[in-house]
Write a protein that binds this ligand. Structure first.
Ligand code: NDP
Length: 469
């Protein structure tokens, strides 16, 4: 688990006899990136404080990746009785208790919050509770207290962004999804990105009737076309209803005595209505900059994100920003890597920046998808006919007795005679676990022959990647 990594940093930051600042480093925001940077800078000998206005842990730990993955696990259990029957087990269909799950997840979230507070203490990082805002380029205020620092790191993350459509105030965001007072029998999600497809699968697995409303013809815009198609097919097989190619300018949500009513025009201009209990707006996220008073420190903002150079410094050379508030690649491991690179560069005297190519990513949809490197479309744009695609689609062994329609799709994109691997994509069971390993091949600039020379492990799904013809 990335957040538990022990640092190997040793104390190399030169301590001055006297400093005119309260801290060497003041970090604003105790999410994944801020925590990683603060702990590593302190390990180098810097005097560090970190301000957080909510629970320590940030979006990923408190209201994102972690509780989401627990909900994905919870939603899988609904298939068990049917799948187990094929293996000779007779299991009664279970009942699902939303309140029990919701509260168990919140207990785990609170435990992780305490765990991260403990790590800060152990690392000699001072935790200051409250939202921080700039007073000037070296001073921040938290409540009625003011602190000065030689350097300041902004790692405040992002927040959900809703469109201006009428009735959006009736929708919830991913943040509220973890705290719903009641489990919705009928659920709709607007948006076909990571958050939309993940919650559609979760809610369907737990028993909701789910409608996903998207303005493109398929979910996951920007992913490899075969990934998009295979995930969407799998979701349809799980019983999710799709409304595609909607005209989002006609979207209106109103409240009725029986819940919420979503109206919009479909691709042919025909008016459509969907009646639900809860609507999730999963229409993107934006940097969470409003509370910071960035103008007090004259920090440059471009397209609503903090403008940074390769080393994460802003236009103020002693102020840095990492993670989603810079809107580079908005993924937890990237924020952590940016935070550690900052601390190594500034306090560890080992200047480095991180590479944004070949970042693997997973979508915990049902079926799961994971990907690293170029999509076929991107590869063909760059290399034209020199691109070759190896692809395989099969029913995983587990389902030979369990039944159902689940399929696994695997795809390798290679270039040139020597067949350098440009991209690896998978849809199906354990895709994220498998692609994490395959990311090594792309990152190292490996070749198809390296995969061919790798002995297969049988019987696994992953062996397909080293036996493709
Ligand atoms: P995304 O940017 O991934 O997707 C937004 C979706 O909303 C798109 O389908 C987009 O449609 C649609 N949309 C935008 N505006 C409108 C509108 N006015 N009407 C209808 N649809 C609209 O955002 P998410 O909120 O899903 O996720 C935010 C970020 O969180 C991601 O970028 C990702 O970095 C991170 N994340 C990562 C996860 C992971 O790694 N597993 C999990 C969850 C979040 P269109 O495609 O047509 O533009």
């Amino acid at each position: 688990m990335i957040n538990n990594e022990k640092t190997t940093a040793s104390k190399v930051f030169p301590k001055k006899a006297m400093t005119s600042f309260d801290y060497d480093l003041f970090v604003i925001g105790a999410g994944s990136g801020g925590l990683a940077a603060a702990k590593r800078a302190a390990a180098y000998g810097a005097k560090v404080a970190i301000a957080e206005g909510d629970l320590v842990g940030g979006t990923c730990v408190i209201r994102g990746c972690v509780p989401k993955k627990l909900m994905v696990y919870a939603s899988h259990f609904s298939h068990f009785p049917q799948e187990a029957a094929g293996y000779g087990w007779t299991m009664p269909a279970g009942t699902f208790d939303w309140i029990k799950l919701r509260d168990a997840i919140q207990t785990e979230v609170f435990r992780l919050n305490q765990f991260h507070i403990g790590l800060l203490k152990k690392s000699n990082v001072e935790l200051i509770s409250g939202f921080a805002k700039f007073i000037d380029a070296h001073t921040v205020a938290v409540g009625d207290r003011q602190f000065t620092a030689e350097r300041i790191l902004i790692s405040v993350g992002g927040e959900a962004s809703k469109p201006n459509s009428s009735g959006m105030e009736h929708t919830v965001t991913s943040k509220e999804m973890f705290l719903l007072p009641q489990f919705p029998k009928r659920f709709a999600v607007i948006g076909g990105g990571y958050i939309g497809v993940e919650f559609a699968g979760i809610m369907r697995g737990m028993g909701s009737e789910v409608t996903q409303i998207i303005r493109d013809r398929a979910i996951l815009r920007g992913f490899d076309e075969d990934v998009r198609i295979n995930v969407q097919e799998g979701m349809v097989n799980h019983g999710i209803n799709f409304q595609t190619c909607i005209d989002s300018s006609t979207l209106i949500i109103t409240k009725s005595d029986h819940g919420l009513v979503i109206n919009f025009n479909d691709a042919s201009g025909k008016s459509q209505t969907v009646n639900v209990d809860v609507v999730l707006a999963a229409t993107g996220r934006k940097p969470n900059l409003a509370p910071l008073s960035l103008e007090q420190a004259k920090i440059e903002v471009v397209n609503n994100a903090i403008a940074v150079k390769d080393d994460s410094s802003t236009n103020q050379p002693h102020i840095y920003a990492i993670g989603d508030c810079t809107d580079r690649v908005n993924l937890t491991p990237v924020a952590i890597a940016e935070g550690r690179a900052f601390a190594d560069t500034v306090y560890g005297h080992t200047p480095r920046s991180i590479s944004y190519t070949s970042i693997p990513s997973a979508v915990f949809s049902q079926p799961e998808a994971a990907t690293v490197g170029l999509s076929e479309e991107q590869a063909r744009k760059l290399y034209g006919d020199h691109v070759k695609v190896y692809q395989s689609k099969f029913r995983p062994m587990f389902y030979s007795l369990a039944g159902g329609h689940a399929k696994t799709m695997m795809k390798l994109i290679v270039v040139g005679k020597e067949e350098r691997v440009l991209g690896v994509h998978m849809v199906g069971k354990d895709a994220a676990e498998i692609i994490q390993g395959m990311a090594l091949v792309v990152t190292m600039g490996g070749y198809k022959k390296d995969l061919d020379n790798t002995m297969a492990m049988h019987p696994t799904a992953a062996e397909e990647f080293v036996t493709m013809r």
